[in-house]
Write a new protein. Structure first.
Length: 186
């Protein structure tokens, strides 16, 4: 299996593996939104809106806020987590217990440990979730410029690099032709 092509069954196993709701929610947010790990750990409680099914995220590269919609399953997990775990006043959704947020390294370490325990050949990393989102977007015939926006890439070439990592040779060639057609169409 290509390193970056992960099937849905593998994702489902990983999403269900952690015992703690907190860990399952972290994975679910990465899976459902394609956000970066740094964006995940810096989500503030006040930026979660379960009524409107949205989360306000600080883009870790551009240092600007954007709002993401969240699906019903993720929203349900968020509500459950917030009711059961956020009884005290804390700033971050995933607090470290000392007033700050958990680290990106701790999440990377957990994901790698879980993938190892699930006997995956390659150690997974949080970026795989972004590749998964890109892969699904291409399979479902979503536009490359929309994918660029979702992943918040400044340059379309960065989005192309993401797509190339998932090894869709024919899809990549179609995208490049479509991109060239649009750009060169006067």
């Amino acid at each position: 299996m290509e390193k970056y092509i992960l099937n849905q069954e593998d994702f489902n196993k990983l999403l269900d593996y952690p015992k703690k709701l907190r860990h399952r929610l972290m994975l679910r947010l990465l899976y459902a939104t394609g956000i970066r790990t740094k964006e995940l750990v810096t989500i503030k409680v006040k930026d979660v809106d379960t009524t409107n099914k949205t989360i306000r995220i600080l883009d870790c590269k551009k240092k600007i806020y954007f709002t993401l919609p969240i699906d019903s399953e993720t929203n349900k997990m968020l509500k459950e987590y917030m009711v059961s775990n956020l009884t005290q006043h804390i700033e971050y959704l995933f607090s470290n217990g000392n007033g700050g947020h958990v680290t990106t390294k701790s999440i990377q370490k957990c994901i790698r440990a879980w993938s190892k325990k699930l006997n995956y050949k390659d150690n997974w990393c949080p970026r795989f979730f972004r590749y998964r989102l890109a892969r699904l977007w291409i399979i479902k015939k979503g536009s490359l410029t929309d994918l660029q926006s979702i992943l918040r890439h400044t340059q379309i070439n960065t989005t192309f690099r993401y797509v190339e990592k998932i090894k869709f040779t024919s899809e990549i060639e179609n995208l490049k032709r479509e991109y060239d057609r649009i750009i060169n169409d006067d």
